[in-house]
Design a protein around this ligand. Structure first.
Ligand code: SF4
Length: 434
């Protein structure tokens, strides 16, 4: 099928969405556990420069998006990314999405990364796990701190290791969007050789019972947790084991082992291709050639032994023109109406405005802004989350955004503390938060 005749749903399975600007597309690149090599990062930057506007967007699921691409270049882009060993299959649409990990700073991250790679390899591009009713998200975490396991279709939380075997608690049927629902604990301490078959069983139940475009959480609501669990346990795959492969370690980022971890804060996850290339070069020189896209849309480098973080930061500030040393608040921001077809509000502009209004307390909190109720930046997991919930028609005919405010005060999902705020009302509330 030529790119001009493929329909948009097929494009989605290749990780491509239409942008809100007519004739432009976004390509998402799947990174298992957010890890990308310096060479791959340069390939992404080159694609953005050659075919797009030279911009890079880091997502809160540790993926990368390249915007402003033309339809006639999509096949060449796929080839260029594949040459660098990168895959976009299933990065959008009804498929098992990129395997995310918000615990890149954990001591056990190599265990999580190798599990993420195994799942990525198994579920990416396999037609049995495509054309699902909607997206299917899997996340792997070192602990329940941060609550990221609550928002996945399948959230794996490391429950311990014995004699080289790793065990995971399995949380299922969580998700955000218009009807957030926290995942429930399905199974405790399952050995890693059971994880892939169990996810296959969950996918079978999901594909069989959920209507399009519902997520797995819909079945938890319709059937209840007990019945959904029973249906999964009745699947043949649920009882299977896939022996772990032996051989060399699968992870690309080795154990921290006393090394310094450098986190480069990137406002709204937005970089130019040139800046991304400079960071890739620094990773090559100072961090064993590997970068990590974090769950807060930043970039982390695990520095080689003996490398001083301040030296690397200084060098990067000079080469990129970014000020990583400045104390900027952690603020996750989606593309919103700048580029996203679904966007109701210009999220980056809102984020910039808010950053200027925050007091001392605000700057120490984690923020997230989503340009529509899809909640891609996970506002219900931030200390303070902002969702553009609707457009309001004013008397003069203009359509202006309305915002909901979420605050997270315990280990669950944040709850809505204000609804339908105008931009001015939102800014006042943020100022009042200190
Ligand atoms: S939250 Fe909405 S506007 Fe923002 S990236 Fe997701 S779908 Fe687009």
């Amino acid at each position: 099928m030529s790119t001009t005749t493929a329909n948009n749903n097929e494009y989605r399975l290749d990780g491509i969405y239409k942008q809100r600007q007519e004739g432009f597309y976004m390509q998402r690149v799947k990174l298992p556990a957010g890890v990308i090599s310096a060479g791959q990062a340069r390939a992404v930057a080159t694609v953005s420069t050659r075919y797009g506007h030279g911009s890079i967007h880091l997502t809160s699921r540790g993926n990368i998006e390249i915007h402003w691409l033309k339809e006639e270049n999509l096949s060449d882009i796929k080839r260029d990314l594949a040459k660098a060993g990168l895959s976009s299959r299933g990065a959008c649409g009804g498929a098992v999405r990129g395997i995310t990990c918000g615990s890149q700073d954990a001591l056990r991250f190599p265990v999580l990364e190798s599990t993420a790679r195994r799942l990525h390899r198994h579920f990416t591009g396999n037609p049995r796990f495509e054309h699902l009713p909607k997206k299917f998200k899997v996340g792997i975490e070192a602990s329940v701190a941060g609550g990221r396991h609550l928002i996945q279709d399948v959230g794996l939380v490391l429950a311990g290791s014995e004699d080289g075997r790793h065990f995971y608690d399995i949380w299922i049927a969580g998700g955000l969007g218009r009807e957030p629902r926290p995942a429930f604990l399905f199974k405790q301490r399952m050995p890693e050789e059971r994880i892939i078959p169990i996810i296959e069983a969950i996918l079978k139940v999901y594909a069989t019972h959920a209507p399009s475009p519902k997520r797995l959480k819909f079945l938890a609501g319709e059937f209840g947790e007990t019945k959904l669990s029973s249906l999964i346990e009745e699947e043949a795959a649920y009882h299977e084991e896939i022996p772990m492969t032996s051989g060399l370690p699968e992870e690309l980022v080795s154990s921290p082992d006393g090394r310094q971890r450098l986190e480069l804060q990137v406002f709204a996850g937005a970089l130019t291709a040139g800046q991304f290339e400079q960071i890739a070069d620094a990773a090559e020189t100072y961090a064993d050639g590997m970068l990590m896209v974090t769950a807060n849309q930043d970039i982390a480098l695990l520095l080689s032994h003996g490398v001083d973080g301040a030296t690397v930061t200084d060098a990067l500030q000079r080469s990129t023109g970014l000020n990583f040393a400045a104390s900027v608040p952690t603020i996750r921001v989606c593309p919103g109406s700048h580029e996203c077809l679904m966007g109701l509000a210009p999220s980056r502009d809102v984020g910039r405005e808010l950053t200027g209004l925050m007091g001392e307390q605000g700057r120490n909190r984690i923020w997230a802004i989503s340009g529509c109720p899809n909640s891609c930046t996970q506002p219900q997991l931030a200390d303070i989350g902002i969702v553009c919930s609707a457009l309001h028609k004013e008397e003069d005919g203009r359509r202006t955004p309305r915002f909901d405010l979420y605050q997270r005060t315990d280990a669950g999902l944040g709850t809505r503390s204000a609804h339908d705020l105008t931009a001015d009302e939102l800014f006042t509330q943020v100022r009042d938060l200190g």
